[in-house]
Design a binder for this molecule. Structure first.
Ligand SMILES: *[C@@H]1O[C@H](CO)[C@@H](O)[C@H](O)[C@H]1NC(C)=O
Ligand SMILES: *[C@@H]1O[C@H](CO)[C@@H](O)[C@H](O)[C@H]1NC(C)=O
Length: 324
């Protein structure tokens, strides 16, 4: 009897908490100063550093770069070294046998690449067979690019074109990738609640060098700083086309640097803290922005930590490198 009562109390508390969290999210997206609400504070204090356990791991290393020279630092960025970011992929549209960049993507295991849902949607509506994924090179004209075949595009079920939430999709490959110095996966942070505010991160892609400009065939990289969601939300609410920055998103900016058109789906990643050798982990996916490197508006990314459990569920048949 006692047990049952306890269980009932627990159940009710849980239900109440769920409702509070839902109300909290409602408040968050409707008010500018949501980060100060008592409810958000309450939610913030919950243990959110939930560890996601990847079901199967194999003996391999993720997030390793094979070029140590990153001195050359998309808008305001620099051409990256071939092999510097072996997890990078380019989704291209073939026109007159000339590849045109559509979106970026990154390798997370042998069978799956991660990208933005609005990229996945575009591929699906245009027909997947019109596109190719180039891996293992920083140059779209490289004839030695690794070109895996796509089996499926899996969109996040909660992706919403209007509100741009859950802008994440997984690209499933027909056959497992063979890892090499040129082709290897990035680590994903197992921590779902890390805020990353003020952290310096790297964004890499083949996108346009300026808003409305022509995309390059060379991979570019730039550094950005993760900004607070609160400040970013305030800015976007005041923009010409107001967008609500939700906790599922992450903003980052730097003077004169940004991700731009064609960078969508590209990863935002950083060097893992406290490691002497450089191990990189992905924390975001390029989602949208207002212009490119427009100082008023930071670039907006999918907050990867918020979609980890979905990734884990979908990629349940995949084997990851040990993330530790
Ligand atoms: C990195 O590479 C560039 C160009 O290849 C070179 O000029 C520079 O000296 C290198 N930096 C380091 C630290 O090795
Ligand atoms: C990020 O912020 C730090 C500290 O304010 C600053 O030193 C650094 O230059 C910034 N990085 C970029 C890319 O803006």
């Amino acid at each position: 009897m006692k047990m049952k009562v306890h269980f009932q109390v627990f159940k009710h508390l849980f239900a109440l908490l769920t409702i509070l969290i839902q109300i909290g999210e409602g408040i968050m997206v409707k008010h500018n100063n949501y980060e100060d609400s008592w409810l958000t504070k309450l939610i913030k204090d919950l243990p959110v550093q939930k560890q996601i356990r990847w079901r199967q791991t194999e003996k391999c290393k993720c997030g390793l770069t094979h070029k140590t020279n990153h001195s050359e630092r998309i808008v305001g960025g620099f051409v990256s070294k071939n092999g510097a970011w072996p997890w990078m992929g380019a989704i291209v549209y073939m026109r007159d046998s000339t590849p045109k960049i559509v979106c970026g993507t990154s390798i997370i295991n042998r069978r799956y690449l991660i990208s933005a849902a609005h990229c996945g949607e575009y591929l699906k509506t245009q027909g997947m067979d019109k596109f190719q994924v180039f891996l293992g090179t920083n140059d779209l004209n490289d004839k030695d690019a690794v070109v895996p075949e796509l089996e499926a595009i899996i969109m996040h079920p909660k992706y919403d074109t209007k509100t741009k939430v859950y802008d994440v999709a997984l690209l499933k490959l027909k056959t497992p990738l063979k890892y090499s110095a040129r082709v290897s996966p990035i680590c994903i942070s197992p921590q779902s609640g890390a805020p990353y505010k003020d952290k310096e991160a790297i964004v890499v892609g083949w996108g346009s060098l300026m808003f409305g400009g022509v995309a390059t065939t060379m991979q570019m990289q730039t550094m950005v700083n993760v900004t607070s969601n609160k400040i970013c939300a305030e800015k976007y609410l005041k923009s010409e086309e107001p967008v609500q920055i939700t906790p599922m998103m992450m903003c980052a900016s730097a003077p004169g640097s940004d991700s731009c058109q064609g960078d969508s789906g590209s990863p935002l990643f950083l060097k893992r803290k406290g490691k002497s050798s450089a191990i990189f982990e992905q924390i975001g996916i390029v989602s949208f922005g207002s212009g490119c490197a427009d100082q008023r508006y930071p670039g907006v990314y999918v907050r990867l930590g918020k979609v980890l459990s979905w990734i884990r569920t979908v990629t349940n048949d995949a084997v990851y490198c040990n993330m530790k």
